[in-house]
Design a protein around this ligand. Structure first.
Ligand code: FES
Length: 237
């Protein structure tokens, strides 16, 4: 397989042709933030938090969907990149409850982590916020669409990991949201509550009901057991 050599933040790295800039950076320990990217799912390029600066390119490309090329020069934390990331985070937080103190994802939320990393307060764009009711009727998953950042990881996990496509993007513009068909609650949809969507959600939009009030993510130990949801015996960790 042919390879390409590029320079990231002054450091040379050689990767197989076809590798994204994001993975080339990871190979040398350069941490580029991501929200919509997951190595188990198809590339999406939606959130733009992973933008980088590549001299010669007019815009800041998303590193997760940009292929590394021979001789490419990349800056991952330049002034322009940091400014863009701050604005992206401010825009996400403009329509977010920012109730981190009582959020089940507090301390394990990527949006919170990046807001901290880039010193973003969430008050740059005051305006209308969603006020969706929290969906809590089914026994397994709590959905709080007020916290959704439309990264689409849950949509892809449902389709690509579970092969079901129960949820998808619905509506447009400010009203865009992730929802089962006809905007039904999960409990009335074809959802089998496999938990794939909860596992990939980077924020507090999807939570496992059984875990609420039982401890923070880092306080919980994983054990090999039989999945309690359906009794098939998948032996999920
Ligand atoms: Fe690259 Fe979202 S992580 S666009």
């Amino acid at each position: 397989m042919s390879s390409v050599t590029l320079t990231i933040n002054g450091q040379q790295v050689t990767v197989p042709k076809g590798t994204s800039v994001l993975y080339a950076a990871r190979k040398i320990g350069v941490d580029i933030p991501t929200l919509c990217h997951d190595q188990e799912l198809t590339r999406f390029g939606a959130c733009r938090i992973c933008v980088v600066e590549i001299p010669g390119m007019r815009n800041l490309p998303a590193s997760c969907v940009t292929e590394a090329t021979d001789g490419m020069v990349v800056f991952t934390e330049s002034e322009a990149v940091v400014e863009a990331r701050k604005t992206i985070l401010e825009l996400m937080l403009a329509n977010h409850p920012i109730d981190c103190l009582i959020c089940s994802k507090n301390g394990a939320c990527s949006l919170q982590n990046y807001a901290y990393r880039y010193d973003v307060q969430g008050n740059a764009f005051p305006g209308e916020k969603h006020n969706y009711p929290i969906e809590n009727e089914n026994p397994f998953i709590v959905r709080d669409m007020n916290k959704c950042i439309l990264c689409g990881k849950c949509v892809r996990a449902c389709a690509e990991i579970q092969g079901r496509s129960v949820i998808d993007f619905a509506y447009r513009g400010f009203d865009a949201k992730v929802s089962p068909a006809m905007d039904l609650p999960l409990g009335e949809s074809e959802c089998v509550f496999c938990g794939s969507c909860v596992a990939v959600c980077p924020v507090g939009a999807l939570s496992e009901k059984a875990m609420l009030g039982k401890g923070r993510t880092w306080e919980v130990k994983k054990v090999r057991t039989t999945c309690p949801f359906c009794g098939v015996g998948c032996n999920y960790d």
